[in-house]
Design a protein around this ligand. Structure first.
Ligand code: FES
Ligand SMILES: [Fe+2]
Length: 457
């Protein structure tokens, strides 16, 4: 049963074009209308906390990453060795606005140098005097405070660097509440990138994201699960859906017995079904379940395990193997471990799905500030590594074509085809609004409702 964890804020959204008036119906224009898209670019992205990069991307002082969204470019820079010694700046020279850096790299000598006339800044954003040619400027144009690079707010969580362009934004941890209280115990902050790729999709950023915000499409879109496990995948596989007042949402498994009842999973086939399920996740995603986990689980195949105890044995075997490998799995509190295989959506565009000491992490954003119907979707498969063997900078696997099934694992490949098809379908004359399940899709409703609060400001 969906719970809406309000209080609903008193925001008058009547001035927002195509505003949500009934959370069960999402007006189609929200996915392609240019005025609506421009409003997002003005009122959402410059004011919301969002993931700019992984923390591992900037391990050394001076390392930087450029983050772009909706026509804004931000430079994220490591300024010291401490985990949180990071700053973020609007990427514009204080002279004539030239972008100071692109892509990623290192600011050598601890200075950022404008490629146009060579003005310089320390990596803390302060200008370095004398500026080249400063004798030609009137003194009032060279106020050292006013010459500082324009800062964004920065916070870190789950090994990600979040930025907010709005100086009045609330602190990151307040904005993320309550998600960290659920996910921190799973050690998501100690997970590092196993692989990372991004997809460019012909779809609105929300349309793409929503394809990953519910689990009941698995039965039809990912038929390999039913085929491999020999069981029907129930619509309420993730039955405990919660929507939070700040736009976040979660889906967790209800009681284990519920799933078992719905699937008709018998005790004798339990082991084979569980093995098939985890193997199918590994083969179709190479995230959430990795080869190392499959190997551990397969080791139980011929063990004499009493009926009803297979999943417990899987966990025990997993802990034993990880302990031997020096990998810090979470404290095995059953309440905490029940969050393995849950889904967490963080408003407006970030998701974490943890399982077995791993997670798949998603971020989706517009690709072009003038085009509501293209987006870029990052996928990070992350996992816990043995202490002291954490990998260095993650290797970006680029933007393989979404039609390339050699480059993309089967599960996202299947999801991509729905997303572009939906974006084409949404233009159908006579189609007014998508209709959403109150039970399984309320996280999508909730995201739109909260989006309107930003757009109404
Ligand atoms: S535009 Fe940057 S120094 Fe002139
Ligand atoms: Fe899917």
């Amino acid at each position: 049963m969906t719970q809406l964890l309000t209080p609903d804020q008193d925001v008058d959204t009547s001035g927002v074009p195509f505003a949500i008036t009934d959370r069960r119906f999402i007006p189609r224009e929200r996915y392609f209308d240019r005025e609506f898209f421009q409003l997002e670019n003005e009122k959402l992205w410059p004011h919301v906390w969002q993931v700019a990069c992984r923390l591992e991307e900037i391990p050394e002082v001076g390392d930087y990453v450029e983050y772009s969204v909706a026509g804004y470019s931000i430079l994220v820079v490591r300024t010291g060795k401490g985990k949180d010694e990071i700053k973020a700046f609007q990427n514009a020279c204080r002279h004539r606005a030239t972008q100071l850096a692109v892509g990623c790299g290192k600011f050598r000598g601890g200075q950022i140098v404008c490629p146009f006339h060579g003005w310089r800044w320390n990596i803390d954003g302060s200008p370095v005097f004398p500026l080249f040619g400063q004798e030609g400027f009137e003194e009032r144009t060279l106020d050292p405070q006013d010459l500082r690079l324009i800062e964004c707010k920065v916070g870190t969580w789950a090994n990600c660097v979040f930025i907010n362009m709005d100086p009045n934004a609330p602190p990151l941890m307040e904005a993320l509440d309550p998600v960290p209280s659920f996910l921190d115990p799973l050690n998501v902050g100690e997970m590092y990138v196993w692989w990372w790729k991004a997809a460019k999709l012909k779809a609105n950023w929300k349309m793409a994201m929503e394809a990953f915000m519910e689990g009941w499409h698995v039965m039809q879109t990912h038929p390999q699960f039913a085929a491999a496990t020999g069981m029907e995948i129930p619509a309420d596989l993730l039955s405990d859906c919660r929507s939070y007042h700040n736009g976040h949402a979660s889906q967790q498994q209800g009681q284990g017995s519920e799933v078992q009842e719905h699937t008709g999973l018998t005790e004798t086939s339990e082991a084979e079904s569980m093995l098939a399920f985890t193997r199918t996740v590994y083969e179709g995603l190479d995230a959430m379940v990795l080869a190392k986990d499959v190997q551990v689980f397969e080791g139980l195949r011929h063990k004499d395990i009493p009926p009803g105890q297979f999943s417990q044995k899987m966990i025990e075997a997993l802990y034993e193997w990880n302990r031997g490998a020096g990998i810090p799995l979470p404290d095995p509190d059953p309440e905490v471990l029940s969050r393995w295989s849950s889904q967490w959506f963080i408003f407006p565009n970030f998701m974490i799905h943890p399982a077995f000491g791993n997670a798949i992490v998603y971020r989706c954003r517009p690709d072009d500030p003038n085009d509501p119907e293209h987006c870029v979707f990052d996928f990070w498969s992350v996992t816990l590594y043995p202490k002291g063997q954490e990998p260095g900078k993650p290797v970006f696997g680029g933007y393989p074509s979404v039609y390339d099934d050699k480059e993309w694992p089967l599960i996202p490949f299947q999801d991509f085809s729905n997303i572009e098809s939906q974006q084409r379908g949404i233009h159908t004359p006579g189609f007014k609004a998508t209709r959403l399940s109150s039970k399984w899709e309320d996280g999508i409703s909730n995201m739109h409702v909260h989006l309107d609060r930003y757009l109404a400001r």
